[in-house]
Ligand binder design. Structure first.
Ligand code: SAM
Length: 487
């Protein structure tokens, strides 16, 4: 691999170094005579390397008696290996490439077609050195199943359907059929995919998690932005942390009271790709004279900023322990954010899935916010493309709960939102804040307070992975478990 290199994509520096994709593929129902033929197997692997834009350095393929082939392609970017069992119509293939200039996924349909496979299983692992101290980029993002379609209605040239895992927790996964791969890239922070699904339209995935979809992004973004914006008596200065698609910015700018809206996202490549491939999400918001878009780590930017805001919206990736947004879900960060809120200001945090089977993450955010803010209020809405009931929390030091209904009607009477929102209105507002008893009972159970020290990150990791359905003992129990494991 040699030394790390940098290349430029849309004006941003990409690190062409250890970051890589490892695909572990199981091909079933293959043609046995092809699986027994070392020449045919070598040709299939070389074609796959070409489609991946990888450079073949050397090839070594062996036919075994009575049958079967083992083969290896040395690539400048790492390797492709194959082992075949003609008697079982099965082949196991490993494709591992480093750097951001290759696209190993493009090889799968071609190999599948060459082997005549009827069923493909694919697992994908992101590999490489930690992207920054304390975080580790390497984690399994998917266990996608690539299924051969009987018909020819497919994507990527070989008549196959591909499934991308969209939402997942430690105990479940949901997949989306990919009709078309629109764009795919690995930034310094995350794996970015923009694809088209027949039912949901264009979809943005980061590290294998759905961020938003054409069919229902308005629901998520209206729910994130409008409750606090309409409850606040005069929101003029808005800060958005994350929100790379530009849709939260779009919704904030719908309020005529807004004089300045700052969006700080860590990943310039997400912003650029969304601007190019999902322009309706921002709908001109990036070019609005009231907007300022800053590419920076939200934590560092907020710590350094001297400004105050009426509304701060955290539209970040989920607080998974390995992700770049984790530090923004800590008690220390919330303390800092609080000091950047003007009097009467509100913080809104997207707070993950919330249902009777999955509430650890929400309760953790809530508990952590409650260490800093006097009032924390949960609301929720089912988001179809998240395949989940989603939640948000408004945190503030002023009691606005009694204003819950009246301000909403005022704002709408002012005409700001009338005829513009597709989802949000007064009845919807009230419904989102009206929690059923089972959910209301859960809110202060489970979860833990996240702080910025490493113990907390590890404890969260253990608690999130092991609790079923929650850690009633919260942080204490997770930290005890952590100490036990260390002994
Ligand atoms: N709707 C989404 C969800 O439910 O998870 C959030 C969408 S938005 C695309 C998430 C954004 O957070 C991404 O663009 C990502 O680059 C950004 N992000 C992650 N870590 C960040 C950080 N430390 N500072 C600023 N932005 C960050």
């Amino acid at each position: 691999m040699g030394k790390a290199r940098t290349v430029t994509y849309a004006g941003h520096r990409l690190y062409m170094n250890t970051s890589g994709i490892h695909l572990l593929c199981e091909f079933n129902g293959c043609n046995p005579s092809i699986l027994a033929d070392a020449c045919a197997i070598q040709q299939a692997c070389e074609a796959a390397a070409r489609l991946s834009k990888a450079t073949v350095l050397r090839a070594d393929f062996h036919e075994f008696l009575p049958n079967g082939v083992s083969g290896f392609l040395f690539l400048a970017e790492s390797h492709i290996s194959i082992h075949t069992w003609p008697e079982h119509k099965y082949a196991a293939v490993d494709i591992y490439t480093c750097g951001t200039l290759v696209s190993p996924r493009d090889a799968i349909p071609a190999i599948s077609a060459s082997l005549g496979a009827s069923d493909v299983h694919l697992r994908e692992i992101l590999r490489g050195l930690p992207v920054r101290p304390g975080s580790y980029a390497s984690r399994e993002v998917s266990s996608a199943t690539a299924v051969l379609a009987d018909n020819n209605d497919s994507l990527i040239n070989a008549g196959k359907k591909f499934w991308l895992p969209g939402s997942s927790s430690h105990h479940e996964r949901h997949c989306f059929e990919v009709r078309e791969w629109i764009a795919s890239a690995r930034s310094q922070y995350q794996q970015i995919e923009i694809v088209r699904n027949e039912a949901y339209g264009r979809m943005l995935f980061l590290d294998g998690a759905v961020q938003s979809a054409e069919s229902d992004e308005y629901m998520y973004h209206e729910a994130l932005v409008h409750p606090a914006m309409t409850l606040h008596h005069n929101p003029q200065r808005v800060l958005i942390l994350g929100g790379g698609e530009g849709a939260s910015l779009r919704e904030a700018l719908r309020h005529s009271s807004v004089k300045r809206a700052v969006m700080v996202d860590i990943d310039g490549m997400v912003v650029e790709m969304c601007r190019q491939h999902l322009p309706e999400w921002s709908a001109g918001a990036f070019d609005d004279p009231r907007s300022e878009v800053i590419i920076a780590d939200g934590q560092r930017w907020v710590e350094a900023c001297a400004e105050q805001f009426d509304i701060i919206l955290m539209d970040l990736t989920d607080q998974i322990e390995v992700g770049s947004s984790f530090p923004l879900y800590t008690r220390e960060f919330y303390e800092c954010v609080q000091s950047r809120l003007a009097p009467g200001g509100m913080l809104v945090v997207q707070a993950g899935e919330l249902c009777v089977c999955e509430y650890f993450s929400h309760c953790t955010i809530r508990r952590t916010l409650a260490t800093t803010f006097r009032y924390v209020t949960t609301y929720m809405q089912h988001i179809p493309s998240f395949v989940a009931q989603w939640s948000w929390i408004i945190a503030s030091n002023d009691d606005w709960t009694d204003l819950r209904n009246s301000r909403v009607s005022n704002a709408r009477a002012n005409g700001d939102l009338n005829t513009i929102t597709r989802f949000y209105d007064q009845a919807t507002h009230v419904r989102m804040f009206t929690l059923p008893r089972d959910i209301a009972d859960l809110l202060d159970k489970g979860g833990m307070v996240i702080t910025s020290d490493d113990t907390s990150r590890e404890a969260y990791q253990i608690a999130a992975a092991t609790r079923t359905p929650g850690w009633p003992g919260g942080a204490g129990q997770a930290i005890q478990e952590l100490s036990r494991r260390r002994e």
